[in-house]
Design a protein around this ligand. Structure first.
Ligand code: KET
Length: 426
């Protein structure tokens, strides 16, 4: 068959395919996302008692989404500003937002900030920061370095896909010990010591998701040593600054320890949780470098990663966050509200714990009080979680994680009753 005839046959087959069926007939149904899919399941559940404890999103005592007062005020100021326009942002985003975001993370007195050696770009929230960061590393790590990333076991489910998409080989380091429901620090250090030099090490800056277990300040010091001796590249994912302790500075201690020791590192920040800007996709990616000159070149390359991905980031969320961080009054109000959210979550831990104890639910539930951040990692099995969903309409991820931020004093007793039941029957 001549090339022309073959082309003719292929074209006919293609057209016939389109007439008789779909070009996408072979496409398989994908499973729902293990976290975001929980909200879909909750929406579709007609039972009035239904609870959404899946996605990490803060709810008020009344179970409603919460728009912070500082955010509403900033938004009103933006809308009232006659200079406001809808032009494209630069590829690297809103420069004021970038400056304030990195300062929030590293602290004004940070040597890296003082010496102007941090390259920051605005990102599509924490996920976008990780994705752009992973792509940058994959392209620009020295060619002799392996493309390997070490993730804690377990970790936020999306980490694996993000780094795999950027061409990384994904490996895990020991983190959570199911027996003690605490940190397997010995295992963690052993795994990191065995990592090839030049590997990327993903660390949760605070409020580890899903376990709620963080290293102690002393352990962070040892992790700093292991990281620098092993010549690992730290990548901090900071999605919960302020949500662990209620204090923005205290929650950034791990990142600041590494930066102040002179290490180069990558940092992803999200304003989804601590400013309640979930759907605005406000985040930042910073690369802390040895010198201003290196940082300038790194920033130019970050722009080359971003431009073909989404050209430039959205402006509204970053404008809000910049105002909230930059205006002293709004900043105070934000910090107060943030403390309020963190305190309410801590209170929910106590309420749930008391309710479980009052029902004599078997097992030691003191971990509910000890775990840090938005989530409690309960150790419930998959069948128990499935029963919580089907019988009790409590929607959660099937690894047994519950979002404490989605609980209220009214719903906590119901959850305790549901847990008591599934622990007995599943
Ligand atoms: N890092 C971690 C550790 C994390 O838990 C999340 C979100 C993100 C990054 C990304 O957040 P973003 O909205 O892109 O700024 N976690 C919650 C939501 C989700 O899965 O997307 C969650 O675990 O429920």
């Amino acid at each position: 068959m001549s090339p022309e005839d073959r082309m003719e046959v292929l074209t006919r087959q293609f057209c016939a395919g389109q007439v008789n069926g779909s070009t996408w007939d072979h496409v398989q149904q994908a499973p729902p996302d293990p976290i975001i899919g929980v909200t879909d399941g909750w929406r579709a559940d007609p039972d009035p008692r239904k609870l959404n404890l899946g996605v990490g999103a803060y709810r008020t005592e009344e179970g409603k989404p919460y728009v912070l007062k500082a955010v509403r005020e900033a938004e009103q100021q933006i809308l009232a500003d006659p200079a406001m326009n809808k032009e494209y942002l630069p590829i690297s985003g809103n420069p004021e937002f970038n400056r304030l975001a990195r300062t929030l993370a590293l602290g004004l007195s940070s040597p890296a900030i003082q010496q102007n050696r941090v390259a920051t770009v605005q990102a599509l929230s924490g996920t976008g920061a990780l994705r752009v960061g992973a792509e940058f590393l994959s392209t620009h790590l020295p060619s002799s370095f392996p493309r390997i990333v070490y993730l804690p076991s377990p970790t936020w489910g999306n980490h694996k896909s993000i780094f795999a998409k950027a061409g990384f080989q994904v490996r895990e380091y020991r983190y959570f010990c199911a027996g003690t429901r605490g940190l397997d620090f010995v295992g963690m250090v052993a795994d990191l010591k065995a990592a090839p030099p030049g590997s990327v090490l993903l660390l949760h800056a605070c409020a580890h998701n899903p376990t709620g277990v963080d290293p102690s300040p002393e352990q962070w010091k040892q992790l700093l040593e292991v990281t620098s001796e092993g010549r690992l590249i730290p990548f901090f994912d900071m999605a919960y600054q302020g949500f662990a302790s209620g204090d923005l500075d205290a929650d950034a201690a791990s990142v600041r320890l590494f930066v102040d020791a002179g290490l180069e590192l990558v940092l992803g920040q999200s304003f989804a949780k601590n400013m309640g800007l979930y759907g605005e996709r406000a985040g930042a990616l910073s690369v802390v470098c040895k010198s201003k000159d290196v940082a300038t070149r790194v920033e130019s390359q970050l722009k080359l990663v971003i431009r073909p991905m989404y050209s430039n980031p959205p402006m509204h969320g970053a404008a809000i966050a910049a105002r909230v961080m930059g205006d002293p009054k709004l900043n105070e109000l934000w910090k107060e509200e943030l403390r309020g959210m963190a305190d309410r979550i801590k209170l929910m831990r106590k309420v749930l714990y008391d309710q479980l104890v009052a029902r004599n639910v078997p097992g030691d539930w003191s971990f509910v009080l000890k775990q840090i951040g938005m989530f409690s990692f309960t150790g419930m099995t998959r069948p128990q979680c499935e029963l919580l969903v089907s019988k009790w309409h409590v929607h959660l991820t099937l690894d047994g994680r519950i979002s404490m931020a989605g609980l209220s004093a009214t719903t906590a007793p119901y959850l305790a009753e549901a847990i008591a039941d599934v622990i007995k029957s599943a």
